[in-house]
Design a protein around this ligand. Structure first.
Ligand SMILES: Cc1cc2nc3c(=O)[nH]c(=O)nc-3n(C[C@H](O)[C@H](O)[C@H](O)COP(=O)(O)O)c2cc1C
Length: 310
């Protein structure tokens, strides 16, 4: 059975799940499982890993999401990520972007389940931490009934400990990544059937979940829920998650703002735009949101200074 953190996770999102955002999310909801943005195996092996894999103990548990299609390179990247502090390795089998498609990884791997399984086996053999997979219901005109069942069985047979299902199909031709997150219809019932057929294996549902109430309804049928855009839009929803899913008292919005301003002040100026982006939705739905957003819209350094002076 998975750890309690898997009951709720914040999705991996390129350009959003960066270090400063994870600081805010962790502060608001200590038990949630957080993900990095997808990192290619090559970026981890050859890139600036101190920046890409900054995973301090106070931010844990953090899952490092890897993309790639070479079992050897993925195993090496997983080993590096584990040594740098990854609590878990997640394998991206759901990204439909053209760049990823050219490399035959991401969602394309749903069409080559043997290769997906070899990649998972290689990573699972290389690390002690759990390896998990994130996928779609199907890709292009694949059959979302039999093909998804088969994919899922291979995922677990290869040694994965959980499967995150973004509950919509991806179209690799004709839709861009943003459209692929809105146009193909959500089909939660299909994800529920998968969970019923796979029994005691952990299946986490993702896609279009906007509120804690919706999350709680999914948790009746599924092992965990993963939310992405709703958290970016309104990070303070994590306070409701802390209270209603984990039973702990969350901090106030202003405490979160103060905490983040302190962290920004201790961080290099090149990271300030990420602090501004992480904080953008903090007062979403509040009467002072417009005033706050006007302050954040100032050039980054001035925005952070102005908020400090409030
Ligand atoms: C800007 C953006 C970037 C994303 N980047 C990734 C990524 O790096 N890896 C991944 O598996 N999914 C990525 N996704 C997909 C999300 O993880 C999630 O599956 C999707 O947004 C559906 O969940 P939601 O409706 O709760 O946002 C991204 C989504 C967005 C909006």
């Amino acid at each position: 059975m998975l750890a309690v953190a898997h009951r709720f996770s914040v999705a991996p999102m390129m350009r959003y799940s960066h270090f400063p955002a994870r600081q805010l999310w962790r502060f608001l909801c200590p038990p949630a499982l957080l993900y990095t943005e997808m990192l290619t195996a090559e970026a981890v092996i050859y890139g600036r890993r101190e920046q890409l894999l900054k995973l301090p103990a106070e931010q844990q548990p953090v899952v490092v999401q890897l993309g790639g299609a070479s079992p050897d390179r993925l195993a090496e990247a997983a080993r590096i990520a584990e040594a740098m502090g990854a609590a878990e390795i997640n394998f991206n089998c759901g990204c439909p972007s053209p760049r990823v498609r050219c490399g035959h990884f991401g969602a394309s791997l749903m069409k080559t389940p043997e290769l997906m399984a070899r990649c998972v086996e290689a990573m699972a053999a290389a690390v002690q931490v759990p390896v998990t997979v994130k996928c779609r219901l199907a890709v292009d005109d694949m059959d979302a009934e039999t093909a998804l069942d088969d994919f899922c069985r291979r995922v677990f047979a290869a040694g994965a400990r959980a499967l995150v299902v973004h509950a919509r199909r991806a179209w690799l031709d004709g839709l861009n990544p943003a459209q692929n997150r809105t146009v193909p219809p959500l089909d939660y019932a299909r994800a529920y059937r998968l969970k019923e057929s796979i029994g005691d294996k952990s299946i986490i549902i993702n896609g279009g979940i906007n509120t804690v109430e919706e999350a709680l309804r999914h948790l009746i049928k599924m092992d965990g829920v993963m939310l992405g855009r709703a958290v970016v839009r309104s990070p303070y929803m994590l306070a409701a998650v802390a209270r209603n899913i984990f039973g702990i008292t969350p901090p106030e919005r202003c405490a979160a703002l103060r905490y983040m301003l302190e962290k920004a002040a201790q961080s290099p100026p090149r990271t300030w735009s990420q602090y501004v982006s992480a904080l953008a939705g903090l007062f979403h739905g509040e009467p002072n949101n417009k005033y706050y957003r006007r302050r954040l819209a100032l050039p980054q350094a001035a925005a952070l200074r102005a908020l400090c002076e409030e």
